[in-house]
Design a protein. Structure first.
Length: 157
């Protein structure tokens, strides 16, 4: 291993209760707003159905990790990352420097090598075991590829 090059590290993701609760809360607030707004009944019904379908999709994909497009594993290798989905697909990408690392939340902003789009992988502390979550945060901060909001507040940036 060359100087400055970190060894590749695999991280396994698990369903997240925190993510489930936050999604449900956000969608309940959205539904409340839809019901409060002065709209015709058919528009409220359509928006309600869209919100419910959206909630179920994101719950299944991001919180419960049961869809084929759900990410179950992350492999960090320096600036590169490989996301492994439940469906068996592997996406090779680069970790963006605007990824966020905090003690309660890690957001990996990645840009796949074959696409122009960005993906965000949201990782809560209950998405993996404590030691792995801490190691992921330390690796992201150490390699300089993540923005730490906590560090910005204390350094006066």
């Amino acid at each position: 291993m060359s100087a400055g090059k970190l060894a590749a590290r695999d991280f396994s993701l698990h369903p997240s209760l925190i993510c489930s609760i936050l999604l449900l809360s956000a969608y309940c607030i959205s539904l409340l707003i839809v019901f409060i707004l002065p709209m015709v009944v058919w528009a409220k019904s359509a928006l309600t159905l869209l919100l419910i379908f959206s909630l179920v999709y994101y719950w299944c994909r991001d919180a419960w990790l049961i869809l084929p497009t759900s990410y179950l594993a992350i492999r960090l290798d320096g600036e590169d990352v490989v996301l492994k989905s439940r469906g068996g697909d592997e996406i090779s990408a680069r970790v963006s420097r605007d990824s966020l690392v905090t003690p309660l939340l890690t957001i990996l902003n990645i840009s796949p090598a074959d696409k122009q789009s960005m993906h965000a992988v949201v990782i809560f502390p209950d998405s993996m075991d404590k030691a792995s979550f801490r190691e992921l945060r330390v690796l992201m901060k150490w390699r300089g590829g993540a923005v730490s909001q906590v560090g910005k507040q204390h350094s006066g940036m």
